[in-house]
Ligand binder design. Structure first.
Ligand code: CU
Length: 250
């Protein structure tokens, strides 16, 4: 990698003011580079679907809510055992108010099945989510603040009983610092999950993307700076419950 290339990469956060996304993954302790936004797709080969820049998505009905813009298919996929841990690295993420949610969607039985699956529709289940951890909406510790404190890293575990197959892994940050304008930051990776389990999330755990987020959802459309919202100590993460792989319990 050339010096010029590295210089441009490290200069990027200064150029693009205060947004971001998943840069890299550690999948079962193996480092997996993400796609480099702001660079042509040509010459890149990543486990991550392509995203053009750090801009937030604010339209809850756009197909780019699935795997960002343009969200075109990853060239590679990561083989991972069910039950393994995956860490996402959000280099320089600047916002500390809002949840972190990790989703998956079944692409098909072949290792490369995600390369012909666009992900729109009712395919998505949560494998992890974290919202307001302590304190108040305005001053408290949110999952995004904890992610920053943890070296910009967020870890989640593939449910151990998950049925073998190809899956999209979708990390989503919802930034809540702009009043009544939630910002969505999704990035997706292609996985091939191996294991002997036959777990499939039940219908009540599934959500459509786009579709799961609504413009009238009060927990997303709020003003964290004013009362009575700012001093609240509870915040409910919208959408379905997390599927842990073991039936209907969270
Ligand atoms: Cu931002």
């Amino acid at each position: 990698m050339s010096f010029l290339f590295l210089s441009i990469i490290f200069a990027l956060p200064c150029l693009v003011f205060g947004h971001g996304g998943v840069w890299n993954y550690s999948i079962a302790n193996e480092w997996r580079p993400g796609f480099f936004p702001y660079y042509p797709a040509e010459g890149q080969s990543s486990t991550q679907r392509h995203w053009i820049d750090f801009s937030p998505i604010t339209d809850v009905e756009t197909p780019t809510l699935v795997c960002n813009n343009p969200g075109s298919y990853a060239e590679e996929y990561a083989t991972v055992a069910a039950g393994a841990e995956i860490a996402a690295y959000y280099k320089g993420w600047p916002h500390d108010i809002g949840p972190v949610i990790v989703w998956m969607a079944y692409c098909g039985s072949e290792p490369t099945s995600c390369s012909s699956f666009n992900g729109t529709g009712r395919h998505w289940f949560k494998i992890a989510q974290s919202g307001l951890l302590s304190g108040t909406v305005r001053e408290g510790l949110w999952a995004q603040g904890q992610m920053i404190a943890n070296n910009y890293t967020w870890s989640a575990t593939i449910p151990e009983t998950l049925k073998e197959g190809a899956y999209l892994l979708r990390h989503e940050l919802v930034a809540l610092h702009v009043p009544f304008t939630p910002e969505f930051y999704p990035e997706c990776a292609h996985l091939y999950v191996q294991g002997s389990g036959n777990g499939v999330p039940g219908d009540e755990f599934l959500a459509s993307i786009p579709g799961v987020w609504k413009d009238d959802e009060p927990e997303l459309h709020l003003d964290i700076y004013t009362e009575p919202t700012s001093s609240r100590t509870e915040w409910a993460i919208p959408g379905p419950r997390v599927w842990s792989g073991s039936g209907d319990t969270e």
